[in-house]
Ligand binder design. Structure first.
Ligand code: XMP
Length: 527
């Protein structure tokens, strides 16, 4: 990750005027909390749970949210926070584990509940508090905990209870510290958004000034100031992240932008032409298309191991990109479409207990030592925010709502050895699926849809003749975050049309299957 990104410094940014930090104690919901806060137009970042107060102060937060987490506060190895934060005068909201931690630090007792409580509960509000302003006396909440606060000192007022959890919410009598045993960030707590809003607006005094439009304008200004009259290179893949990055840069520096599209021969049908057409419709910037199909195919010859495919494709991509980049005169900066979840997952921001490293997903990225200064204008945004930004910047729906496509492209969907002929079969079948899903109006309702070509042949009969041809699998999933996913319940008629078209129109395929595995335990891609 790049430490020197100039807009990392929150100093005079309007974003910084209303910033809330989520201290991550390993919650599966930490990102969700951050998104919910941003939905209230308050900028929010996830930081590690033990960030020292001096570092917290540098962010000048209006409020702190202590997330939930899988540990028990009384375990010796349990993640803790710098307890001085409770005395900073900055409002604190502890959620689940976060509440238990706050109560324990300030004079309460946390015990294991008699039964682990998981699921919907009816919650009774006991005392008036700004957190529950406008909330009825009884509300539905979502619980997920094994421990709970059993007793609090006189410094805390219990605010709510459920049948099994006598202290379901608390407020400190002198300090601006609040706790919720339930999860306001999940949709199963229908009034959770209002409770979070009350915390942000009433307790923290936020006004909700963060807007994506402002973000775009600020980013454009900062890019201009930072780049001066130097040239910036941006890799283009046709995906929403790189397109929005290019659009922002184009707004900022116009013709000082050079884009590079590497045609690795592993793209979808007509994709290269579509990217070039969209690019020239929207920008009058310099576009370099590197024709590298032969080079990639040669590299992949005889390779069947998925990780080896990824390694070779990654290496080849870097070589092609770097080679082209060195031909671009005066290039000093390299723009990348890194998103906030990438920053968190790579451990650069959170480095917390929930941070996982998905190394293989970095394939298609570029190493930090290419000799350019990095610009990552989207590194504070979630995917849905990038899409909204794309709409604001006037990018067409086709780009903004395009399903993600992996860096190694069709190679990881062509199981076994990758060859020009096999890629052609896969490409044709894939184009039919995408077309039919769009025609059925299902593209926006699904997160990813594609075809996998299996390395097996199956027996069939066509006319009076026996066939022995390829089998393909349709993979279609629904997911928000791509970390978990469910297979899409596509209507039978759509599946039937897809199957019939593939078998009739794609030479070399005589069998179509539908993948009904969820993630986990399966992954979205087959390799
Ligand atoms: P899995 O298969 O891990 O995929 O469930 C989750 C998401 O990541 C994409 N993916 C990749 N993206 N390089 C990429 O740029 C890769 O090597 C890679 N592998 C998986 C996948 O398409 C899905 O969106």
């Amino acid at each position: 990750m790049n430490d020197q990104t100039p807009w990392e410094d929150p100093a005079e940014s309007r974003i910084a005027s209303e910033r809330v930090l989520v201290l991550d104690f390993g919650s599966q919901y930490a990102q969700l909390i951050a998104r919910r806060v941003r939905e209230q137009h308050v900028f929010c970042e996830i930081v590690r749970h033990d960030l020292p107060v001096e570092q917290i102060q540098k962010h000048a937060p209006r409020g702190l949210i202590l997330s939930g987490g899988p540990s028990s506060v009384y375990d010796r190895a349990a993640p803790t926070c710098d307890e001085r934060l409770f005395h900073m005068g900055v409002p604190v909201l502890g959620i689940c584990y976060g509440m238990q931690l706050a109560c324990q630090a300030l004079g309460g007792n946390v015990d294991r509940s008699e039964a682990r409580e998981y699921g919907p509960r009816r919650c009774q509000v006991l005392a008036a508090c700004e957190l529950f302003a406008g909330i009825p006396e009884a509300l539905d909440v979502w619980m997920s905990h094994g421990d709970q606060v059993a007793r609090v000192s006189d410094d805390f007022v219990p605010l709510a209870r459920t049948a099994t959890c006598p202290i379901a919410a608390v407020k400190h009598v002198r300090l601006p510290i609040y706790g919720l045993q339930f999860h306001p960030e999940v949709t199963h707590t229908p009034l959770g958004g209002m409770i979070l809003r009350n915390f942000l607006m009433s307790a923290c005094g936020c006004r909700g000034t963060w807007r994506l439009g402002d973000f775009a304008a600020e980013t454009v200004q900062r890019v201009r100031a930072n780049v001066g009259d130097a040239r910036v290179i941006c890799g283009l893949s046709g995906g929403v992240d790189s397109s929005v990055t290019a659009a922002l840069l184009y707004l900022a520096i116009g013709s000082q932008l050079s884009c590079i599209l590497v045609d690795n021969g592993l793209l979808r049908k007509d994709e290269k032409a579509a990217v070039i057409a969209e690019f020239s419709n929207h920008f009058r910037a310099d576009l370099h298309v590197v024709q590298a199909e032969e080079k990639f195919l040669a590299e992949l010859k005889g390779v069947t191991d998925p990780q080896e495919k990824r390694r070779r494709i990654g290496r080849c991509f870097i070589e092609c990109f770097a080679d082209e980049a060195t031909r671009i005169k005066d290039a000093r900066f390299l723009a990348q479409g890194t998103l906030y979840p990438d920053v968190i997952e790579s451990g650069a921001a959170a480095d917390g207990p929930a941070a996982t490293i998905k190394l293989h997903h970095n394939v298609g990225g570029l190493p930090a030592d290419l000799g350019f200064e990095l610009i990552e204008p989207l590194r504070d945004l979630f995917k849905d925010e990038v899409r909204k930004l794309g709409v604001e910047l006037g990018l067409p729906d086709d780009i903004v709502w395009r399903h993600p496509f992996p860096g190694p492209g069709l190679a990881v969907r062509c199981l076994g050895e990758v060859s020009r002929e096999r890629l052609e079969v896969l490409r044709e079948a894939d184009a039919i699926v995408v077309h039919e899903i769009k025609a059925a109006g299902l593209y926006r309702d699904t997160a990813q849809v594609f075809v996998v070509l299996l390395p097996v042949h199956s027996v069939g009969v066509m006319g009076d003749a026996r066939t022995y041809e390829n089998a393909v699998v349709i993979r279609c999933v629904n997911t928000d975050d791509f970390m978990t996913a469910d297979w899409s319940r596509l209507p039978y008629e759509v599946l039937a049309r897809i199957s019939s078209r593939i078998i009739n129109e794609v030479q070399g395929v005589n069998r179509v299957c539908y993948d009904i595995s969820s993630k986990p335990p399966a992954t979205i891609e087959w390799e």
